[in-house]
Design a protein around this ligand. Sequence first.
Ligand SMILES: *Cc1c(COP(=O)(O)O)cnc(C)c1O
Length: 372
Amino acid sequence: MNAGTHRPTVLKVDAQAIRQNIKQELGRLKAGSELFAVIKANGYGHGLTHVAKYAAEAGATGFCVAILDEALELREAGFTQPILVLGIVDPQYAQILADQKISVAVGSREWLETANKKLHSGAKVNVHLALDTGMGRIGFQEPAELKTAESYLNEHSNHFLFEGIFTHFATADEVDDHYFETQVARFKQFMAVLTKRPKYVHVANSATSLWHDACTGNMIRFGAATYGINPSGRVIKAPYALQPAMTLSSALVFVKKIKKGRSVSYGATYTAPEDEWVGTVPIGYADGYPRCLQGFHVLVDGQFCEIVGRICMDQLMIRLPKAYAPGTEVVLVGKSGQRQISLVDVAEQAGTINYEIACSFSERIPRVYVND
Ligand SMILES: *Cc1c(COP(=O)(O)O)cnc(C)c1O
């Protein structure tokens, strides 16, 4: 899809906010710990290679992505740091992993056996064994399975480097620690059967690193908080002020006064109770601005303005307190005057989480980088 560079709708990404969040977190880690920035899904919507650059500038020593293509895009862009693919990569691509020095999460011995057959002689894949301590998504279920995988790696050290071991917590962003502690206990049982700890032991996503310092490991997978996204929404305060990196803004492209009784948008679901000013904003659900936000608000000149009528694919209408000229700025996520709309505000209204809103903004919205 072409980005709409001839339309005023832009997603501004503040490089300094990203660097600041990473530096704050690095300052809290114990000596010798590394931070890998999680930049899957186009850097949570902020732009994969830009975020990689800012994260590296701030001290991130590696990257995590979700799929092989994201890792390949980073290599093509010239990033030479360690990259870990957190999702399952089909073992038929093992040779690509070896050629590009891309590390991969492995959750079964079968994966290793298949990959072993695909690898040319001399090719080596860096493996991070995934432990399912309670997330129920990928990884070994039992310490005995881990043991056989470790032996397999040692027996086939011509094709594999056992580089890391990790787990992922399901409830690190919640106040109740009960399930978290169950996962920690299972993790310890797994680690007890290893004959040798690999280079990287990592258990922490943003929430774990922010709120559970008791956890062992020497690398963290820092995702949401990199972007100033609080993993708990507004439930738990971060130990430092997370700086939101994303601002979404547009401009009025059409302004009119409608008479009392006139309706707005599909379904004519909104009818003006009195004469009022209505502005049209060039953003819609095709841009990832959820259609269910009818009735929510945006900011114009420091004032909240209600979204009236259904949100269309490419446009939405707002009620204005007075006549504003076309070209006037409209803030959908971010600050205007004394007021602010956060990703959490948008997410709550849409019945989802801040993560989903950030990574849903489509490629049609150009990303503009500031403090680059
Ligand atoms: C996405 C992901 C992360 C990052 O999580 P955040 O909550 O965004 O910090 C870390 N680890 C794994 C396995 C993930 O899938």
